[in-house]
Design a protein around this ligand. Sequence first.
Ligand SMILES: [Zn+2]
Length: 381
Amino acid sequence: MKLSSRDQIENLSKFKSESFLTTSFYLKTDKSNMTKKEIALSSKNLLSSGRSQLDQMEMNKEKKESISRDLEKIGLFCSRRLSSHNFSGLAIFSCSGQDFWEFFSLPTSPRNRIIFDQNSYVRPLSAILDQHHRIFAITFDRREAKWYDIFMGEISLLENLIEDVPSKVREGGWEGYESKRIERHVATHLHDYFKKIAKRTFELFKKNHFDWLFLGCREKYRSDFEPLLHPYLKSRLKEWIKAMPSDSPSAVLKESLGLEKKLKKGEEGEIVHALVSELEKGGLATSGLKRTLGSLNRGEVKTLIITRNFYKPGRICPKCHFLFVDELRCPSCKRKTDLLMDVIDEAVEEAMDKNCQVRHIIPPTKLDRYGKIGAFLRYKT
Ligand SMILES: [Zn+2]
């Protein structure tokens, strides 16, 4: 299925097996950058690196067999489906011992990886979702208005409205009286039409919640139109675009995606800046892996902020699920801790379980100087 919501990740995280490991397989399948042959080859390489990892792992026969069947199934899936797979990435989660199988088409390329762990490795999925905002793009002129929904690199037309407000004032009338009257009439007509667009936009917003609003119209209409927007919408109006109703959806999409990228970078910069100033004044924030995990264990984290592609092994308490950098024994319940391939992935899952926000920041930023990870806190103990 296509990756499109946080619920899908939460559902995936719910699957846990007591007796078997889950295989997570991420593959870059971006056909604009790679040939079909290259993609097929990289999937084979990834699977064979998985097989050699498996050979070195010490575990019981049943566990090994389950992973071995995962690798076979993934290999079969790739050989049958890769050539018709038209997305930038693919993610497969399999636990054959328990008949668990899930695959996602991804709009952005992940890093190629194969991981065997207690549960599905979901961090790359959460990072991809975090990269995308739901955008409403509206284009309008005197003749018509079009509402588009843009999400995860795809555009769909929600609605269009044809009004055809006349633009020309006819000649004639006694000393221009008639033409002035028509001019006023046209201006009122245009104003009513703009009001209609603004009203419809608010109705669609209530139905389809979006993060950002992009508007495309002639520059001279901007100052008339903007005051008609509901305050909720005004706060979401991020950019005026050049696209017009006569432009193709793909042209609207192209312009919008370019702006999204720029805005996203600016937003990430603001988050890091806010975190650093909170840290500097000793406020409700923390940084560095050890301190951030401590805050997460204590339930203090409001928003977890991590640098994309920052990975670190760590440890987890099998009983209370506290996360550590290097504690061999859990200080709270004294149990021996288990090794984790990537403690940051586990932290993301923990954070999502506790309803914290997770923000992924593209490096380089100032966060690099603060241990590449940090958090805004609800409270501090
Ligand atoms: Zn514990």
